[in-house]
Design a protein. Sequence first.
Length: 173
Amino acid sequence: MKRSGETIEWGCQWDSGGLDIFDAMLRAVAEVAVSRKFPHRVVELLDAYLTETSPLAAKAVRAVNGFPVQEVVLREFQHALDRQGQRKESPAFRDLKEADLRRYLGAAKPDRSDPSDPSDPSATTEAPLRALIGLCQTVAFIARNLPAQPELQSEISNLKSAAPQPAERQPAS
């Protein structure tokens, strides 16, 4: 449960690759290979592709037939990964970049508790979107509660201290 009281639910099939992606993303966030904002950014990018935002909109907005949802999700994920990567040479970043996201998205099934019509094509189209959004929300929630790793904190502070410092302002004479 989030601080706002909203309940986060996420699940996957054992052989879908979802647990591997979850593990890779959580390690990348924990080891600061990607920013802590990475899962939030992925959710923000993918949320725009969901058509069912309210019961009223569900009746008015329909999914587009033939929409390449997997390709869009993969590109948005890679875009966020490229932008939010902080230690791109680290094994955790490499593992996340090489995770088999396509297999996970292909295994995503429509949510059975979804009140929309099961024959509605939007349920199938949006299943990969909802699956990755749920995974990212779960990682973000867990990462927020991880203990700080002292060796990483000292490495980050070393990197910050090695960065060039801005010049001091000289008083006008």
